[in-house]
Structures are given as C-alpha cells and as structure tokens.
Write a protein that binds this ligand. Sequence first.
Ligand code: SAH
Length: 362
Amino acid sequence: MQSPINLLDFDRKGLADFFLKMGEKPFRATQLLKWIYQENVTDFEQMTNLSKPLRSYLKDHCTITAPEILIEQIASDGTIKWVVEMGLGNRIESVFIPEEKRGTLCVSSQIGCALACTFCSTAQQGFNRNLSVAEIIGQLYVAQRRLGTSKKITNVVMMGMGEPLLNFDNVVAAMNLMMDDFTFGLSKRRVTISTSGVVPAMNRLHEVCDVSMAVSLHAANDELRNELVPINQKYPLKELMAACKDYASIGPRKHITFEYVMLDGINDSVQDAHALLKLLKNVPAKINLIPFNPFPDSNYRCSSRQTISRFKDILYKAGIITTIRKTRGDDIDAACGQLVGKVKDKSRRHLKLQALGSSHAA
Ligand code: SAH
C-alpha cells in the first residue's frame, strides 16, 4: 500500500494543485488550511464544508501528522525547550521564548548541520538530513497546541538546528505557510531567516518569499571568518556583503540584522569593531551581539561584559543600532548554539573532529 500523503507537507499553492489534480476546486485549499491550523481539526469527518466523497477520499489517502514532542524543559526565565522526535533515532529541538509583548519560536530546519562553524554545538553533531515541510511547520503546530490559547506564537526565527538556506524549498514553503492568513497569519516582519551566508540562495530568496534576514557574520575579515564560519571560504565577505545589500534594497525592507558572537580575544577588540564598521559602511545594518554560550568541549570563552559594552558603544556611536542578545534558557541548554537534539550523523563529523583534536579552535 502507498504511504498516505501528509497534508502538512503542502503550502497553499501545493494544496490547491493537489485538489486541482483530483478534479476539485482550488479553494478547497483554504478550507482545509483553516480546519488544520485554525480549528485544530485532524478528523476529516468533521470537515463539514467538504463534500462527503472528498472527506472519504482524504480519509483513505491522506493524513495530518505532526512530529511529536518527546521532552519538554522549562527554564527559570520561562523559556521552553522541546525535543521533537523525527524518526530513526533522530531528534531536533525547538525553543519558545516568551517576552512581555511577544512570543518567539526558534525553529530548526535540518537534523544536525552540514556546516562546521567552530563555536556552535549543533555543528559538532554532524548532519543527517533536511527536515520536510511537515516537520518544519509541524514545530509551530505542536508548539502552539502545547502552549494553548494563553501564549501565542507571534514571531518565528529560523535559528534552530541547521542551515535553513541549504534546505531551500522546504524552508520557503514552510515560511510561506506560516505567513498565510489561513494558518498562523504571521507578518513578514515577524518571520526571520538566519543564514551563515549561502550567497546563491540569498540571491534567490526574494523571488519566492518575503521575510526578514539575519546573517551570522561573526568576523569582519575573511581570514578569521574562514576559520569561524568555514562556508566563508566558498562565499567570501565581498560576495556576502553584495548579497546583503541587494536583499535589503528589494521591497520595503530596511535593513539586514548581523549576528556577531562575542568570543574572548578572538573577534572582540576595538580594532575588530572598527573593521566591522568599515565592512558595513554601505549596507543598511542592525547588529545583534550574541554573548558566546559555552557547551561541553567548546574551546572558546565569552567576552567579558565590559568588552561587549565597549564593542557595542563603538558601533552605536557610529550610528548603527546595536543590541546585545539576552541569553535565554541557558540553564536548560536552550540558548543560541546549544541546540543538539540527537543526530545520527551521516557526515561522520564527530569522528573527523576527534581526529583533528581541539587544535581547530581557540
Ligand atoms: N545556520 C544558521 C541558523 C542558526 S542561527 C545561521 O548560521 O545563521 C543560530 C545563531 O546562533 C547563529 O548566528 C549562530 O552563529 C549563533 N551561535 C551558534 N553557536 C553559538 C554559541 N555557542 N553561542 C552563541 N551563539 C551561537
């Protein structure tokens, strides 16, 4: 028997095509999206505005299956981390960050990560596979169900495990889906994709999806960035900055957010701050300084509070809006770069890293 079609794998266009192919009207797509995402109905029999034969077809051939939450941990600051089961021994993590006026869900895009950023614990896990659309949108779906009506997900950041632009089609479909009026209706200003700088995909993104962009910069010169964020060897800063400028210039978007992890003695000097200013001179930028979050066997230390403030002041005085990211959920390892899930590594990264010893970093 053919395995059933998971309807969470479709965005509105995909669903409309699916219905058209079976001789149904495309508006069935919006009816179905409403049932699934707004009415929380998974039993096709209860979808009373669909014809009886259609309901019975869906029942025989389709499912609405979201991934399951295995573990829930709540930090002292209210941050919630969910470990989500993805089958065959793989688990990913999603994190909910409640604030006074908003609730942000940090969503994963891959099981593990194929990039090897030296300061990130997800990188140490190696890579298994891309998540499907259902597994990405499913993280919102199960999180919102779990939170109930009292806490609403108002923002999504694609800043969990994985490099979202290396899972382009599925991430785009899932982001378009979460902004759809018939699902979560998130505003495009409240959905952010974070990338380590996959330049060709950055250049293509605006054609298919209109969201905010954050770039994990972390260094202002190629030599250091090649080491910290090795994808820089393929797409160096000159190309990255050109892609950022282009993305910011399209539509009413005003800026790109640059993430910059503060690593003691590595990228946090006064000279580094000035180099950053020079690099961003012609790019509409906001900067988000991220205090480094340690993890077992990490070879870096976080810059001191004074060093981070000094760095911030230099940027701020030069007119760039600069914030220091508040570390959230670190007592449950839910902070940036601490998400590890459980990855059946297919890239054998952990073995390669062992062979390299710790000479790589620090
Ligand atoms: N791969 C994407 C999405 C991950 S976003 C990207 O690189 O943008 C997670 C953010 O946290 C990135 O900016 C990442 O560089 C940063 N990060 C990773 N490890 C970290 C750590 N140990 N401490 C603080 N920030 C970290």
